[in-house]
Design a protein around this ligand. Sequence first.
Ligand SMILES: Cc1cc2nc3c(=O)[nH]c(=O)nc-3n(C[C@H](O)[C@H](O)[C@H](O)COP(=O)(O)O)c2cc1C
Length: 269
Amino acid sequence: MELKEVIGRRRTIRIFVPYRPVEREKVQKMLEAARRASCAGNVMNVRAIVIWREQADPKVIKAIAPRIGYQQMHTAPVFIFWYSESSVYHGDAWPDSVLRLADARRIGLRVEDTYAEVNDKLRPMFLMAGQQMGVAPLAFMDVGQAVAQATLVAYEEGLGSCLMSSPRLEKVAKMFNLPETAVPICVQALGYPAESWEAGGQTPKPALGEMFFDMEVGKPFASDPKVEDELKAAKLIDEPAPLPWRDAELEFLMRALGLENTLLNEVDP
Ligand SMILES: Cc1cc2nc3c(=O)[nH]c(=O)nc-3n(C[C@H](O)[C@H](O)[C@H](O)COP(=O)(O)O)c2cc1C
């Protein structure tokens, strides 16, 4: 599948085939994609714990469950707990990472000059700012980039996923004895979609010009209809939700997977 089609197909999946395990290889491919994400200073703060439902302590599964969106909780065979390891920004870690970039010839021109610049000018700055940078938006963006790459690989491999924020993230972090420097970001439910891949249509988003601007805030970035047509042909732009048969699909799945009562009764505060 071409990249644009994978992006077009990606949409949150909340109902998975509960009896079909996810192959370990597919999860490895996702993690390799996450490992190759861009990251400020290449400090690579992204971390993840893969949680296989069948092997997990039921207490962990219960702790992951958010109060809304339980379908994915009850049907996903795998969860990935993504977090940021903020210690990679502390002390000398960041400037040392930049020096490794110089060694690999991925930054700067001459290695000695880059070393001198980093050590003399940047290191003192990083030593002061590191603690703050570990919990700054940039750090969380880097985790987001890694998760996005992993997610696209998952869809390319025929899987679906639902990212979940939950007030229970901290509780899960405690269960895994994460260090204090760990900042939980989200839990990703993962599995083969029980829904059709369309899942009722592409999730509607605000118009391009409402979100993105040209030269100044409020001046919409104009959408060229020719580009839209090209993206439709490449399947990045897909039929918007809701497709006419979505309600019937959901009703069918609820009955087939016995999720109806679960949804109504198992609200777990
Ligand atoms: C960081 C993050 C947290 C989310 N948390 C939840 C959640 O707790 N429960 C849920 O049902 N969906 C959750 N979602 C899924 C969003 O509701 C979904 O991505 C959104 O409706 C956009 O749909 P799309 O992913 O199909 O584009 C989350 C998504 C993200 C990116």
